[in-house]
Design a protein. Sequence first.
Length: 158
Amino acid sequence: MTADDQQERLDARWVSGFVDGEGCFHVSINKSQKMSIGWQVLPEFRVVQHERDELVLKELQKFFDAGNVVTNHGTRKELRIRKLNDLKKIVLFFEKNKLRTGKKKNLEIFGEILELMENKKHLTVDGLTKIANLCWLMNRKVKPRFLESSETLRQKLF
């Protein structure tokens, strides 16, 4: 069996291993006047590949029945999944089909953030602060701008 044959069949173990190496669970918190507290939480699951491997991204899109394959940057493409219900399905899949790298911990935190969002906690300053602190623990541990914003600091004082 060639590598191409294995990619075409996309069984759950293959998907889990591939995402362990190439996937990313990410949550950004962006300033947004549309939101009642002025900030928007944007969770997403991404897998990035060179455009020559776009087919595997489309196969993953079919496998999960979710997301869009879009240009990431230059010659890179990505499968991007952002809908909350689809993301919850992704978390359930990887809870059943275990990741083995540090992404396992990121998945746990990501799932916790999705649960907070499902319970509308992202619409309160306390909930958003909790989400931002959880984001800080994920991936490269970058402190979210929300935690350093003057609005947040002012709201904590009152």
